[in-house]
Design a protein around this ligand. Structure first.
Ligand code: G4P
Length: 288
């Protein structure tokens, strides 16, 4: 996956999502629980408008449980319903249909008052690449087959997927783009694997990540790599590079002449971070 960093892309994505909004009752905004701010599209409120929305902090299994709770509170403080889930294992996913119905309760009550039988809520899943949209669709759908959409108000050929009889999902999720102008956001997205390593130099990604890890998860770093205590504040990239060098030395990441291969050391650190070997880590805190 390459990310095309140009505004035309954003405008097209926005238009495509807004076309689909006409077909659905509720949006599931999927974000990465390790990066609840940076993995969002900054235009999301404008794109979704007043359509009911459920924020899903996916990959919560890899994120810090305390931070998950803080972030859920943060979203709720803005009036957004939010849930922490793990689309891979399915943890938290069972709660989604109930929360969706609660979000749509006014609409459902109106339908009942008119003597109508409420239909299954129609859902569009949106999120940045790699956040877990397909995994969630598959998990929600289980074994149920896709149903075709030749019905009133539905674009011909649009596929719907029935999820446990409780929801109808549009089969193609809406793809959003993160706020790519901000380099700090780019480093975090690269650290979690949301954007390809080729986009940013891996050693720089590792050094920026180390500065955050030293401040918040220094113990986990020392333990994993057998390092002596790491100062919580690595004042600059050079200080972080010294820690990366130490990790490289401990892990035998050597280049010619006994020098440390920083690229290899960065690979070790980022693989450990993404696979959860460093523990459950969240790379940003809510700004309160
Ligand atoms: P997308 O449609 O939004 O692009 O994402 P997709 O479902 O393809 O998921 C991207 C990767 O994230 C997949 O890993 C998937 O298994 C993983 N993933 C999705 N949800 C969760 C979750 O809740 N927890 C964890 N731990 N992982 C999750 P992959 O196929 O191995 O791809 P990659 O990691 O090699 O990119």
């Amino acid at each position: 996956m390459t990310i095309q960093w140009f505004p035309g892309h954003m405008t097209r994505a926005k238009r495509q999502i807004q076309d689909k909004l006409k077909l659905i009752d509720v949006v599931f905004e999927l974000i990465d629980a390790r990066l609840p701010q940076s993995s969002r599209n900054p235009m999301i409120d404008e794109i979704v408008g007043p359509k009911p929305r459920l924020v899903l902090l996916n990959k919560a299994d890899l994120a810090d449980p305390e931070a998950n709770a803080k972030w859920l509170g943060w979203f709720r403080s803005f009036g957004l319903e939010a849930l922490a889930i793990d689309a891979n294992s399915g943890s938290g996913v069972k709660e989604i249909p109930g929360r969706t119905k609660a979000l749509l309760s006014d609409k459902i009550e109106r339908q009942i008052a008119k003597g109508m039988k409420p239909r299954a809520p129609r859902v569009l899943i949106v999120g940045i690449p790699n956040v877990g949209k397909s995994t969630l669709i598959n998990k929600l759908a289980g074994r149920s087959a896709a149903i075709t959409g030749d019905r009133p108000g539905v674009t011909k050929g649009q596929q719907w997927i029935r999820a446990g009889g409780d929801l109808e999902l549009l089969d193609t999720p809406g793809i959003l783009w993160p706020k790519f102008e901000d380099l700090e956001v780019g480093f975090k997205l690269a650290a979690t694997g949301a954007i390809k390593e080729q986009v940013l130099p891996i050693e720089e990604v590792a050094c920026h990540t180390l500065r955050w890890l030293a401040a918040e998860y220094g113990g986990a770093l020392s333990e994993r790599y057998g390092l002596s205590d790491i100062p919580p504040s690595l004042p600059d990239v050079a200080a972080a590079a010294a820690v990366l060098e130490e990790i490289g030395r401990k892990r035998g990441c050597l280049a010619g002449g006994g020098h440390i291969d920083y690229e290899k050391a960065a690979g070790v650190l980022l693989r450990d971070l993404r696979s959860g070997k460093l523990g459950r880590i969240t790379l940003e805190s809510p700004i309160v």
